[in-house]
Structures are given as C-alpha cells and as structure tokens.
Design a protein around this ligand. Structure first.
Ligand code: SAH
Length: 340
C-alpha cells in the first residue's frame, strides 16, 4: 500500500480516473491534506462514504515522528524516526525573511565526501516522497509556523533519489497545496552529471546548488570521490547548459577547510573556473566534527578568499552560521543517537 503523501496531484487524479471516479476527488483530498491539514481520512467530511472506504483500502496515511528536538538561537533541529525504525534529520532556520527547512532525502548517503558526517552511514534506502513532505508538515505543526523556504541539503544526495525528489518538489510547489514558490525551493547536489542533464529538462524553475568545494579535479577527487566519475570539465559543461536552457543562476557551495581548499591559489583557480558564468558562490564555514581531521578556516582566510573572488567580479557571500552548537552539521544528531 502506498502512502497518500507520496501522490502528486496528477497521480492522485489518475488514481480516481482509473477507479471510474472523477478528477476533482483528488482536489478535495489535497484540500484536506495540505490546506486544512487533516491527516485522518475519516474526517474528510465532504467525501462520500464509499470514497472514504476505497481510499482507506488503497492508501496508508502513516507518519514519521519526532523523537528529539534541539533548540539553538534561530535554529531548531529535529530527529525523526521513520516507520521502519530508521532515523533522519531536518533543521529549521529562522531568518528575517522567513523560515527555511533543511530536508533530508535519503537514509544515509553513498557519495562518501570525506568531510561529511552523513556519509559515514552508507545509504540504507531512498526516502519516499511522503517522508520528505512530512518533514515540512510536521515541523510546521510542531512550531505553529509556516515554512517559506525549503532546501534539500539534509542527509543524502537528492539526485541519487531522483524520482522521489521530483515528486516531492511537485507536491510542495502545487499552488492549491503547500504552495511553496519554485524560487523558494533549492536542490543541492554533489554534482551527478547525468541527473543534472535530466533535471535541466524538467524546467522546474527551482534553485540549483552545486557542492563544489574545490577548484580542480585533483583536490576535488580527494575530497569528493564522486568527482572521479563526474569530472569538473564535464560538470561545468552540463551546468552551463542548465543555466542557458533554464535561464537561472546557479549557486556553488564551497566549504572552507583550513589549509585544504582555502589558499590564495585555490581562490584564483576558482575565479578562473567560474569566469563569466551566471552564478554565485556561497562560502560555508566548516562545521567541525570529531570524526575527521578537517578544521574550519579562520575568519581571516575566509575573508581573504572572499576578497579575491570579489575582485574578480564573482558574486560571493559568506553563509551565516547556524547550529554548530547543537550538532546541526548534517548527520551529527543521527550519529549520536545511533552511536556510530
Ligand atoms: N548531497 C547534497 C546535499 C546534502 S549536503 C550535496 O552534496 O550538495 C549539503 C551541503 O552541506 C553540501 O554542500 C555539503 O558539502 C555540506 N556539508 C557537509 N558536511 C558539512 C559540514 N560539516 N559543515 C558544513 N557543511 C557541510
């Protein structure tokens, strides 16, 4: 049986048409789930009894549940237990422009980035669409707020769970549902070339962020093993195509790792790589973890790097820090829970 929160409006319409019923039933159900936020099929009072019985027979409406909450200044981190007993995390960040939620896309991750806590647990499985949708619904209910921005930057590689994240985006973007604007949704990828090519054709108008972290293949392959099969020149080629076809600016995330990728040479190389591209660079102070040797660059080195990019007319920002005191670096809370 399939969870009802897995269904895009098109898929739910199709379900009813296949049943010999009418499309608008799907809209009624969407109204209950995403507008009135009713999560009990029996309470959907404008549906005929027979429809309710059918829906209850064909769908589950199971929910993931919060098992731990950590609060910091302007940041709240949630640990969720899934129905099969696995754990994932979501992080709420309160900005002056709204509330953004960092959503996980997989249980574990196979990308193996050397600096990343999430990847220490190999991928167990994809998250189903409903498990991503519910991260939003449950945090909104718990905090009594509306989330205005969603970033797929939690545990997992979104493009390694391609079909489910596309449905997730369609569901949260649907105007008569959660209605998050495409420009308020960001997908972050370590740079899987085939999927970026596919994504280019979806024409979803969401934001695309690329975790770059190094300006050349040698260093990038060391930090991010997936670079060996997705080399920089090919990656830049598909990104250019994405920018041209979708007419969108791309974000490059660049974690600042002390004496690894924060040198003057790296900054210059990065300028060369990104020259003329419609993009901006987000410099991210590294969240240190006890499980590897990487250290955060000090603020002088971050500023030096920033200045070089600026001077070369590359758009650049330094990410405001959230949550390092509450283990908000992706995967840290889960790791503590499971002691791995
Ligand atoms: N797999 C996707 C999304 C998840 S990671 C991706 O690679 O983009 C989200 C971002 O957090 C990535 O840029 C990742 O490199 C970065 N990140 C991972 N560990 C971090 C840490 N300890 N401190 C700061 N950023 C980190």
């Amino acid at each position: 049986m399939n969870n009802i929160y897995n269904y895009t409006i098109e898929k739910l319409e199709k379900y009813f048409i296949d049943k010999g019923d009418r499309k608008f039933r799907a809209h009624q159900i969407y109204e209950w789930l995403y507008r009135k936020r009713i999560d009990d099929i029996d309470k959907m009072s404008n549906l005929k009894k027979e429809v309710i019985e059918n829906v209850k027979e064909d769908f589950t409406i199971d929910k993931i549940k919060i098992v731990d909450i950590r609060k910091g200044k302007d940041v709240v981190k949630y640990l969720f237990e899934l129905i099969d007993g696995n754990y994932i995390e979501a992080v709420l960040m309160k900005h002056d422009y709204g509330n953004s939620l960092c959503v996980s896309s997989e249980v574990g991750c196979n990308m193996g980035c050397k600096f990343c806590e999430s990847g220490r647990l190999k991928k167990i499985r994809n998250l189903e669409t409903y498990e991503m949708v519910q991260q939003i619904l449950i945090v909104e209910k718990e905090e009594n707020i509306r989330i205005s921005h969603v970033v797929l930057m939690g545990i997992g590689e979104p493009f390694d769970n391609y079909n489910n994240i596309i449905d997730f985006i369609k569901i949260i973007n649907y105007p008569k549902g959660i209605a998050l604007g495409a420009r308020h949704i960001t997908v972050s990828t370590c740079g899987l070339i085939k999927q970026i090519e596919k994504f280019t054709k979806e024409n979803l108008q969401v934001n695309l962020a690329i975790s770059l972290h190094a300006p050349n293949d040698e260093l990038r392959s060391e930090l991010m093993p997936i670079n060996k099969a997705n080399s920089l020149d090919k990656l830049m080629e598909v990104i250019k195509e994405y920018i041209n076809i979708n007419n969108r600016r791309v974000t490059f995330e660049y974690i600042m790792l002390d004496n690894v990728n924060d040198t003057v040479e790296c900054a210059k190389e990065l300028c060369h790589l990104l020259k003329g591209l419609n993009c901006y660079v987000n410099l991210i102070p590294y969240n240190e973890t006890e499980n590897n040797e990487f250290k955060r660059s000090n603020i002088n080195k971050i500023n030096r790097f920033y200045d070089i990019l600026k001077k070369n007319k590359i758009n650049v920002t330094i990410r405001r820090e959230f949550g390092s005191l509450i283990d908000a670096a992706c995967g840290q809370l889960r790791a503590k829970k499971e002691r791995v």
